[in-house]
Design a protein around this ligand. Structure first.
Ligand code: CU
Length: 155
């Protein structure tokens, strides 16, 4: 793929897309949207994004998708401790920040990740805006285990 290199910001965004493509190369068999209309944003359609957890941080820490995109998050925990990946609107984060849910088995956009384990959750970003993703296990959010997904209007 030819990466636009006009701005530093673009380079960062293309790196996110390249991460998703890596999923295919490593033989996981996930479909990844190609031919991005906006090189800075993932989607529209279905995309798979790998989010790595390293030392209680999400990598990448932010990404951009087009509204309506269904993102399949492949969450790879490189830490020897439990984490979770929660995304959604502000109400979702408030509920988890104040709650005590230990497991997140089947809610879209919410999944627990075993130590050194991998988990998948899928979430459709219906409306433009900024959505947070985070781990709300005690102390993790405060430590910095959070990121942002910017949802941009479809062209
Ligand atoms: Cu965590």
């Amino acid at each position: 793929m030819t990466a636009p290199t006009t701005t530093r910001r673009r380079i960062g965004r293309v790196a996110v897309a390249a991460t998703a493509i890596t999923v295919i190369v490593t033989g996981m068999g996930y479909a990844v949207a190609s031919g991005l209309e906006d090189p800075e944003a993932l989607g529209p359609g279905d995309v798979t994004v790998e989010i790595d957890i390293e030392y209680s941080r999400f990598v990448p820490g932010n990404l951009t998708v087009v509204e309506g995109t269904r993102v399949r998050f492949l969450v790879v925990n490189g830490d020897p401790i439990h984490h979770e990946f929660i995304t959604g609107d502000a109400d979702v984060h408030l509920r988890h920040a104040n709650g005590t849910e230990a497991e997140h088995p089947s809610v879209p956009g919410e999944v627990s990740v075993e130590p050194n384990g991998t988990a998948i959750t899928t979430f459709t970003f219906e409306k433009p805006g900024v959505y947070e993703f985070a781990c709300h296990l005690p102390g993790h959010y405060a430590y910095g285990m959070r990121g942002e997904i910017e949802v941009v209007p479809a062209a």
